[in-house]
Design a protein around this ligand. Structure first.
Ligand code: NAP
Length: 244
């Protein structure tokens, strides 16, 4: 299936590394003009070196005020990928208020905020749009030491549904992708231990982790006009994990 996003303007958060970076580059290949948002300047420098048409924005999305200032002049956006997230694993009894706040600030509150900014513009222009939130299988299954991460992704799935409900009238579709483990920098934090990785893989009917491109392809599908009647869904990219 060929996906063309020619002439569309896209914004991707967490575009410095991993899935977000690959998504930004794929969107350019599909013809979009891409704004890449992340908090490490050196990642943006290397991204722009790799793809000079990308517009870089450096901001810590956990900071509401700084985000509002950084995105004030982003211009019209048709496609939004809320991908940035924070993961820090702790046993339930050791979760700290700081880790809780940082996780919810990035994984939930920043998604709400960036989406408000972008969707306000979409509504004003009457142009519609598509938003994809990068959630996780962890939104729907308990994973050991993932208390806060699971809770943020559960909240993100519900945020996705309410956004779809309220923004649909403006022809703005909102969906999430829910990947299993992907061996990015974040994936390696939780799943480098071979025994742990094998236990997880044994719960995935396809018997493997997802590749970055598996996730990117699902994001592109949900952004594109190949999915024009799909809104409010959480699309597993999990080899069947959530079916079990
Ligand atoms: P990653 O390789 O760690 O990349 C995350 C990106 O988000 C980085 O560029 C990071 O920048 C940026 N970011 C994090 N906090 C930020 C903040 N406060 N402000 C601005 N940018 C921020 O992670 P990934 O594996 O690609 O994950 C992407 C998405 O997929 C996340 O939503 C994650 O929850 C989800 N996911 C991942 C997996 C997995 O196993 N990898 C599985 C399911 C779902 P810095 O490096 O500068 O912090």
């Amino acid at each position: 299936m060929d996906i063309s996003l020619k002439g569309k303007r896209a914004l991707v958060t967490g575009a410095g590394k991993g899935i977000g970076r690959a998504t930004a580059l794929a969107l350019v290949r599909c013809g979009s003009e891409v704004t890449a948002v992340t908090r490490t300047q050196s990642d943006l420098d290397s991204l722009v070196l790799e793809c000079p048409s990308i517009i870089p924005v450096c901001v810590d999305l956990a900071d509401w005020g700084a985000t509002a200032a950084a995105l004030k002049n982003i211009g019209p956006i048709d496609l939004l990928v809320n991908n940035a997230a924070y993961a820090n694993l702790q046993p339930f009894l050791e979760v700290t208020p700081d880790q809780f706040d940082q996780s919810f600030n990035v994984n939930v509150k920043a998604v709400l905020h960036v989406s408000q900014i972008v969707a306000t513009g979409m509504k004003a222009r009457g142009s519609g749009g598509s938003i994809v939130n990068v959630s996780s299988q962890a939104s729907q299954r308990a994973l050991k030491d993932h208390t806060v991460y699971c809770a943020t992704k559960g909240a993100l799935d519900m945020l996705t549904k309410v956004m779809a409900l309220e923004l649909g009238v403006h022809q703005i579709r909102v969906n999430s992708v829910n990947p299993t483990v992907v061996m990015t920098e974040m994936g390696r934090v939780g799943w480098s231990d071979p025994d742990k990785a094998q236990t997880m893989k044994s719960r995935i009917p396809l018997g493997r982790f997802a590749e970055v491109d598996d996730v990117v392809n699902s994001i592109l599908f949900l952004l594109s006009d190949k999915s024009t009647m799909t809104s409010g869904v959480s699309l597993p990219v999990d080899g069947g994990f959530l079916a079990c």
